[in-house]
Design a binder for this molecule. Structure first.
Ligand code: KG4
Ligand code: ZN
Length: 396
């Protein structure tokens, strides 16, 4: 079946068209189009995503992105303005090309989610096709099913589920840090989560302290890699919060604060050396221009080491506790090269299969929404369009 996925939970306006088959035992996907319009430029000056700007941009770009997605899939741009009756009249030999709409209903920013939901409902009515409301975090899990090179798709005779589950999914994004146990593609239970900041949020906040642009993850990661390449090591240590706690929860706000205090302290020392002990150097903005490249590299390096150690250690605990056969990693932060390497190594050491999405599928997109929408549709059928509501805090 052909699925049109719609994603507007944050600052990406995304629509994809995906062919899906195989049911829950052997879900297989072919991506016909994958369009993502990023709003980063609109939010950059605010250092984070502004919900009402996100809503305005989604409203503006959804019809444009839809047009592009239909064209790229070879379905024909005219479909976006056609209703079902007109299609049937004009294309007597061709059945209606889209079978299902999957739209993100949560978690995310509610004003942003609503624009996607309303847009999807209108299409569903106009085209007279069923609709499902998809969970964004489940989408990040399903993104591993879209890897072209994935070995899973090579298990021709047997049901690959028997060798995949139980699995542990580590979800790391701008708004979430979660560990999930999976007994099938649709049977899930959250077994750990952050008690405060999400990993991506910590990356973004630390980047801001260093005067780097939004989103901060790629910027910090670049500096940390430069430090590794040059063999620069930090001569200070940041904490690894909750690394040794028995549970599977995380906490990143203390780490973020440790970075802030370290930078304040450094700044004070340099100010004392250059201007005398009582000289004040003004607000946050004047501080950030002050740090040398080497200091930024060291901070980024040590911060990334701390984050990585905590994530690897808690994920290891989760794999052991659940007797998992597979480690699945999803969410924007897994675009990070160093984390990809460390989690792949963890999987190898624990003797489990590690599934990480291809880079273009790590950050928010609608292909993963189409994929998770398919799994949900196969298991539960469609939703009533009028029942679909945005749920900013929707859990897995
Ligand atoms: O999943 P995502 O696209 O959006 C949410 O659902 O939140 O994740 C965005 C997050 C941002 O915090 C961004 O800084 C982070 O992913 N990110 C990274 C990298 N690329 C994106 N974090 C660390 N290293 C990266 N290379
Ligand atoms: Zn996301």
């Amino acid at each position: 079946m052909l699925i049109l996925g719609i994603e507007t939970s944050c600052d990406e306006t995304a629509i994809s068209i995906v062919e899906a088959k195989g049911g829950l035992d052997k879900p297989t996907f072919r991506v016909l189009s994958h369009i993502v319009h990023s709003q980063i430029k609109e939010h950059e000056e605010f250092g984070g995503v502004v919900p009402n700007i996100a809503k305005r941009e989604h409203q503006k770009y959804l019809p444009i992105v839809l047009e592009k997605a239909l064209e790229e899939a070879g379905i024909g741009g005219e479909l976006s303005i056609m209703n079902h009756e007109l299609w049937m009249e004009k294309n007597v030999d061709k059945s209606f090309p889209i079978d299902l709409i999957a739209v993100t209903v949560g978690p995310g920013l509610e004003p942003a989610l609503w624009t996607g939901i309303e847009f999807a409902k209108d299409l569903s009515k106009k085209w007279q096709i069923p609709i499902v409301g998809a969970n964004h975090m489940e989408g990040h899990i399903a993104s591993v099913l879209l890897n072209k090179t994935e070995e899973m798709t090579n298990h021709k005779s047997q049901n690959p589920n028997s060798i995949i589950f139980p699995a542990v999914a580590l979800l790391i994004s701008g708004g979430h840090t979660e560990l999930v146990r999976l007994d099938s593609w649709t049977k899930k239970e959250k077994i750990g989560q952050t008690l405060d900041d999400a990993v991506g949020e910590a990356y973004d906040k630390v980047a801001r302290m260093l005067g780097l642009s939004y989103p901060g993850g790629p910027e910090i990661s670049k500096l940390a890699n430069e430090a590794r390449e040059k063999g620069i090591e930090a001569n200070f240590k940041f904490p690894r919060p909750m690394m040794h706690s028995k549970d599977l929860n995380f906490s990143f706000s203390g780490l973020k604060t440790a970075v802030l205090y370290y930078l304040r302290d450094r700044e004070k020392k340099v100010a004392e050396r250059t201007s005398g002990p009582d000289e004040s150097r003004g607000g946050q903005e004047s501080k950030v221009t002050f740090f040398s490249l080497e200091l930024k590299q060291k901070v980024a390096y040590e911060f990334e080491e701390a984050v990585t150690e905590v994530l690897v250690s808690k994920t290891k605990k989760a794999l052991e506790q659940t007797n998992a056969k597979t480690l699945i990693v999803g969410g924007g932060v897994i675009a990070n090269k160093y984390l990809r390497l460390k989690l792949q190594t963890l999987g190898d050491e624990c003797g489990v299969k590690t599934l990480i999405p291809e880079k273009m599928l790590t950050t928010d997109n609608a292909t993963m929404i189409a994929a998770t929408g398919y799994l949900q549709y196969v298991e539960q059928g469609a939703n009533n369009a009028d029942d679909l509501k945005a749920n900013g805090n929707q859990s897995i």
